[in-house]
Design a protein around this ligand. Structure first.
Ligand code: HEC
Ligand code: HEC
Ligand code: HEC
Ligand code: HEC
Ligand code: HEC
Length: 469
């Protein structure tokens, strides 16, 4: 025992190693005990306790033998014998040392097992994904928290189950840590995500496309820019479809197991070139975009990649959903969160469409602007409803901060939404009546293929009265 201690204390490298080991073990143990007793320090405590200090501990453990080896070499150079320890288990002293070393190793292995388990848990937490990198993922994290998937963990869509994708994501994660540390990432983070796991292996853990949904009523609220903010409604019967009687119908036909659609596009996937459709019965059709008839179009188009269509080609914003000034204001008015003050629709959209340097600047300027409008044009309203005016200003500032992130260069429309055809070309990237086969078949833009239009910007749609909505 003494010679082991001597070996450690005789050389500075091992001493530093031993100090690091003692120090980090104490910290890991303390943080672990604190968490066991219910103390929650947020993601950073987890990162320190299960990622940073265990790494230090490992470094310390490695330094100890390196130091001993180094010291032995030096001793040998000085003419002393190269002293490899003679292990004689007949000596009580040696037996004790061996027991201590084995005992300590078992303890170390146990610490590492617990720590690895907890470390993985930390790395899979939404807080780690969403906040550990501060402003980098702030837009995605904020949008996610206000989406239908706010209770679904980031890793369920971005990694999924299975060891191979876990390893892959940690490899690309290591690169992400480097790019964040050295400020190499792009602002905004670019979309689409080219190495996203195929949606069939993630989304389909919870949803299955062959489930028959049939037609679903979709009601879209809008408001006029008049004094009364007159509400308008659009009512669509979405032909979502699914599988029925062994045959697939409607919108979810694209992801039926019997159907494969591949396409080539530019990297943004906004410009879609050839589309190839293969059906289980052997039908193959290739639709060419009109852009492809010109000589040398491939050079013009830049980098093209084949991609098999999956959920994310339409649902590219299932959780990182960003609005437009109009849709945010219409939504808030329809939900009753925004009071229907005179001309608030027009004024709110104008306020949100301005550019502010930071969230603080927006939180300062938007409420002032709204108040100024009512002070100048509707002083009576301001006097009678000062609280509602102030609340409107605050809500609008909040809506701005949920959608626009100046530090990441994310503004209205930075991330296009491919569902529909209003906010971006979306479905019309293919359904433009211009992608054509050699036989002259096109991908249809008939309004009835995707939805029945039951009402379009009407004040009191008859259909909703009939249905008693
Ligand atoms: C319901 C599934 C789902 C969940 C949950 C989810 N994401 Fe995403 N994420 C996506 C999809 C789909 C895309 C975009 C795919 C595309 O267009 O290539 C995406 C894109 C991103 C991007 C790239 C920028 C962009 O908006 O296109 C980042 C960064 C990101 N997600 C981070 C996160 C973080 C952090 C969390 C957890 C707080 C999270 N995601 C949770 C599905 C999800
Ligand atoms: C861990 C389970 C889970 C995973 C994985 C998941 N979802 Fe969901 N998804 C849900 C739940 C739960 C809801 C219902 C939320 C609600 O009703 O509020 C939902 C709702 C939806 C909706 C309807 C949203 C709406 O506006 O009503 C769409 C579309 C959707 N998911 C698409 C996707 C796509 C695309 C993916 C893969 C990128 C995905 N989901 C991955 C659980 C999941
Ligand atoms: C061709 C485009 C497209 C593809 C591909 C697609 N969807 Fe959809 N999906 C839609 C549209 C459009 C709607 C209706 C949206 C609406 O009403 O706003 C919808 C609706 C949904 C809903 C809500 C259904 C309900 O009951 O209200 C879920 C869940 C969903 N899709 C999941 C998926 C999943 C999972 C995949 C992949 C296996 C997928 N979708 C593939 C276009 C698509
Ligand atoms: C990558 C190209 C592509 C995109 C993007 C795309 N589609 Fe399609 N879609 C096709 C092709 C190809 C067909 C088959 C055309 C045919 O058979 O005439 C088709 C057929 C359909 C059909 C008819 C299915 C049936 O019952 O036979 C519907 C409905 C449809 N698409 C809806 C949508 C909607 C809604 C979107 C956007 C959310 C969309 N599509 C986006 C390529 C696409
Ligand atoms: C390829 C499928 C497809 C075709 C073809 C199509 N639409 Fe749509 N349309 C959609 C989808 C999907 C949405 C729903 C978007 C959403 O969920 O917000 C939509 C939404 C709409 C809306 C509501 C938009 C809003 O935000 O207020 C209107 C209006 C509309 N479509 C009109 C038309 C008309 C008119 C045509 C014919 C020229 C047409 N659509 C053809 C898929 C299609």
């Amino acid at each position: 025992m003494r010679s082991f201690l001597l070996a450690i204390t005789r050389n500075p490298i091992s001493m530093v190693g031993a100090a690091i080991v003692t120090f980090s073990t104490a910290i890991v143990a303390t943080l672990f005990l604190l968490q066991m007793t219910g103390f929650e320090g947020g993601p950073y405590v987890g990162i320190l306790a299960y990622l940073v200090f265990p790494l230090l501990l490992l470094v310390g453990l490695i330094l100890i033998p390196i130091g001993i080896r180094h010291e032995n070499r030096r001793a040998a150079k000085r003419g002393g014998q190269r002293s490899f320890p003679v292990i004689d288990l007949n000596l009580d002293r040696t037996r004790r040392i061996v027991l201590v070393v084995v005992g300590l190793s078992v303890v170390n292995v146990m610490i590492f097992a617990i720590v690895t388990y907890k470390g993985v848990e930390v790395m899979e937490s939404n807080e780690f994904c969403g906040t550990a990198c501060h402003s980098v993922m702030q837009p995605e994290y904020t949008a996610y928290q206000h989406s239908p998937h706010a209770r679904v963990a980031c890793v369920e869509c971005h990694i999924g189950s299975g060891a191979d994708w876990f390893a892959k994501s940690k490899l690309s994660g290591a690169w992400q840590v480097i790019s964040v540390t050295f400020d190499l990432y792009s602002r905004p983070i670019s979309t689409p995500v080219h190495d996203l796991r195929p949606a069939r292996e993630t989304c389909e853990e919870c949803h299955w496309p062959t489930r028959f949904v049939g037609n679903r009523l979709k009601i879209i609220d809008r408001h006029e820019d008049d004094e009364a903010n007159t509400p308008l409604k659009t009512v669509l019967a979405m032909h979502i479809g699914g599988q029925k009687g062994g045959r697939s119908h409607g919108i979810h036909w694209h992801v039926d197991p019997e159907v494969e659609i591949r396409y080539r596009s530019d990297r943004s996937r906004e410009a879609i070139y050839d589309v190839e459709m293969r059906l289980a019965d052997g039908t193959v059709r290739t639709y060419l975009s009109p852009l492809q008839t010109e000589e040398g179009w491939e050079a013009e188009a830049g980098e093209l990649e084949w991609r098999s269509m999956d959920c994310v080609d339409c649902h590219n914003r299932p959780t990182h959903i960003y609005g437009q000034p109009e849709s945010e204001v219409d939504g808030a008015l329809a939900a009753g969160e925004l009071a229907s003050l005179p001309y608030i629709r027009r004024e709110a959209v104008a306020a949100l469409s301005e550019t502010f340097e930071s969230h603080e600047a927006a939180r300062d300027a938007i409420p002032k602007r709204i108040e100024a409008f009512y002070r100048d044009s509707y002083p009576d309203t301001l006097a009678a409803e000062s609280k509602a005016v102030a609340a409107a200003g605050e809500l609008l500032a909040e809506l701005y901060c949920r959608n626009v992130f100046p530090t990441m260069n994310v503004t209205w429309g930075t991330y296009p939404d491919h569902i529909g055809h209003e906010r971006s070309p979306g479905c019309y990237r293919c359904h433009d009546d211009e992608h054509e086969t050699a036989e002259g078949d096109t991908i249809s833009q008939d309004c009835d293929v995707c939805h029945g239009i039951l009402a379009w910007d009407e004040e009191e749609p008859e259909i909703l009265e009939t249905l008693e909505f």
